[in-house]
Design a protein around this ligand. Structure first.
Ligand SMILES: C[S@@+](CC[C@H](N)C(=O)[O-])C[C@H]1O[C@@H](n2cnc3c(N)ncnc32)[C@H](O)[C@@H]1O
Ligand code: SF4
Length: 411
């Protein structure tokens, strides 16, 4: 097999580091470590969607998915990472992609078996798997559940055949509906991904999508504004998408209709019935820790004197080779102390409920005094509401989120 030409950061692994390296003294003092989640990346899809910049690769044809070798690589990757998270319970697992539902239920069963053998999952840990309606067949979702998946996230995007075709999706609206109905039967909790501001979309078509989605009574909806990402087919051949004014009106309609349907907008793009918020994503937004294994996966891990970010090799063939030879880590660096407050705010201010000041101190090792000027400014501009213990974005703060977050950029 030929190895593609790689960007510089793909050429060589980060130096293999033992745990002493991460435990060495440093300027930061974290009094407690945050909750830990596990992310597993499965990087293949039936076909690459023209808008997508995720690390996902079209699978080359029947029998081309190297399931067994990839599972071996994931296990080796996890084994090599264990010293960095030794003894810490894992609260949530998210199997994302790509299209994880390309992997057979037997493979997912083996993957979860390996994870449970190596890591202490908490009782009742949330285990999410992303599924694409184009890979759906009868009883497949039930088999994932039997393997230990507790929550399914179905990539619907739209129920409208014309819009689905414009998005290059491998399924139509009827298949999307059938997949969601099956998810509802097989799982106590599940999510639908929808996108809006699609090429040629008008308000009436969005309304129709919301109508169908809400009639399926999903406990959780993720609704994303379609963005044109660099290095995608859409970046090269831009489709005509709704003007900003219409896109804003669409977001207002989404918020209104989801609220009327009993779903609360608890994060910028996430809507849930009470008790069905995604625990895994909440941990990201609360600046918790996560170990990411699999091609291109990112990790954020805290130690007593530092917060570290890692990235695995992105290209799947190279990733498998490197993971199986003991070091899948392409990049490994401490987060600069000066950047921690801003990184925390990039996440925490996405939450309707905001954050506790105590969590800010615990997770960044920075004092409340260090962000007092930015908090004062944000309050004066009507972007946050706060008391002695808690900060949350106002409606206006949510509408002007990047302006709010920028107040916390290092000086
Ligand atoms: C990694 S995909 C996982 C789901 C699965 N691969 C699928 O597409 O059916 C996660 C979600 O990100 C969203 N997404 C991907 N690219 C996007 C873009 N350019 N703009 C907005 N949302 C996007 C889609 O809603 C997609 O379902
Ligand atoms: S199926 Fe999902 S991950 Fe795969 S290319 Fe399409 S949007 Fe990206």
């Amino acid at each position: 097999m030929t190895i593609p030409i790689l960007p510089a950061d793909e050429a060589a692994p980060a130096p293999q580091r033992d745990i002493q390296h991460y435990m060495r003294p440093g300027l930061l003092q974290l009094r407690a470590l945050p909750p830990l989640s596990l992310y597993v990346h499965l990087p293949w899809c039936l076909k690459k969607c023209p808008y997508c910049d995720f690390n996902s690769h079209a699978v080359g044809g029947a029998g081309a998915l190297p399931e067994a070798r990839y599972l071996d690589a994931l296990r080796a990757d996890l084994e090599a990472a264990l010293p960095l998270v030794w003894g810490r319970p894992v609260q949530t697992v998210f199997i994302g992609g790509g299209t994880p539902s390309l992997f057979s239920p037997a493979s997912i069963d083996q993957l979860l078996g390996d994870i449970r053998a190596l890591l202490p999952l908490t009782a009742g840990a949330e285990v999410t798997l992303e599924a694409n309606p184009g890979t759906f067949e009868k009883d497949r979702f039930r088999a994932y559940r039997a393997a230990g998946v507790t929550r399914l996230s179905v990539g619907v995007q739209s129920f409208n055949d014309t819009h689905l075709a414009a998005l290059g999706r491998v399924h139509d609206g009827a298949q999307a509906r059938a997949a969601v109905e099956e998810a509802a039967q097989a799982f106590d909790t599940f999510n639908l991904d929808l996108m809006y501001a699609l090429p040629g979309q008008q308000m009436a078509a969005l309304d129709a999508d919301l109508e169908i989605a809400l009639a399926l009574a999903p406990p959780h909806l993720s609704i994303y504004h379609l963005t044109i990402e660099p290095n995608t087919v859409f970046a090269k051949y831009p489709p005509v998408v709704p003007e900003d004014d219409l896109a804003y009106a669409m977001l207002d309609r989404i918020t209104e209709r989801t609220a009327a349907g009993g779903l609360q907008r608890y994060e910028v793009s996430a809507y849930a019935r009470a008790g069905h918020e995604c625990a895994h994503n909440l941990n990201y937004w609360q600046f918790g820790d996560y170990l990411g294994i699999g091609a291109g996966a990112h990790s954020k891990l805290s130690f007593a004197h530092r917060v570290v970010r890692q990235t695995r090799f992105r290209e799947p063939v190279l990733y498998m080779e490197r993971a199986l030879s003991g070091n899948a880590v392409a990049q490994d660096a401490d987060v600069r102390r000066a950047d921690l407050a801003f990184e925390f705010m990039l996440n925490a201010l996405r939450l309707r409920g905001g954050f506790a000041l105590q969590d800010f101190v615990e997770r960044t090792g920075q004092s409340v005094a260090s962000i007092a000027p930015a908090l004062d400014k944000a309050e004066a501009q009507g972007l946050i509401a706060r008391d002695m213990v808690h900060v949350r974005p106002t409606e206006r703060g949510f509408d002007f989120l990047s302006n709010l977050q920028e107040l916390f950029l290092p000086g």
